[in-house]
Design a protein around this ligand. Structure first.
Ligand code: CUA
Length: 159
């Protein structure tokens, strides 16, 4: 049996307890906060993504009652489309790709926050339970007018 100094032993315990707390904190935020890792569903060709396939005519599509998917194409320095209306209570799966450089997609007040890369499609799903305006913007520096690259999701109140 190795001899451990009393203080060393206490610090070992403190470190172990902190590790458990950190792992629990990650588990709780992931489960309670609905954190998802953006999936890479499809690879696309950034040169043709604007002229063929679902990103050539991006926008919102209804999949079923209360279920939607939104295709959004990012390019310097805008999103197509940059305004989307959904009814309150809708679950929306976002599919994004870039046709030029790396962009970001952050939707305020939701769990949507992901990188948008040329050549691949990033997906995340969110449910909009509250009516209102949810601004989104690019949060990866992408050049001269990066700060103007923004849009909004308008959640129309259920009647
Ligand atoms: Cu696109 Cu910053």
């Amino acid at each position: 049996m190795i001899h451990l100094d009393r203080y060393e032993q206490r610090w070992l315990w403190a470190t172990g307890i902190m590790l458990v707390i950190f792992v629990l904190a990650i588990a709780v935020t992931a489960l309670v906060g609905g954190i998802e890792v953006p999936g890479v569903s499809v690879r696309v060709n950034p040169a043709t993504v604007g002229t063929a396939g679902p990103f050539a005519s991006p926008g919102l599509r209804q999949l079923g009652p209360g279920r939607y998917e939104a295709y959004i194409r990012a390019q310097i320095w805008t999103f197509f489309p940059n305004e989307i209306h959904v009814p309150q209570g809708s679950t929306v799966t976002f599919h994004l790709t870039s046709q030029d450089v790396q962009h970001g997609f952050y939707v305020a007040g939701t769990n949507i926050h992901m990188m948008v890369l040329p050549g691949q499609v990033s997906d995340l799903t969110a449910t909009f339970r509250k009516a209102g305006t949810f601004p989104f913007w690019c949060d990866e520096y992408c050049g001269l007018n990066h700060q103007t690259m923004a849009g909004r999701i308008i959640v129309d109140p259920a009647r």
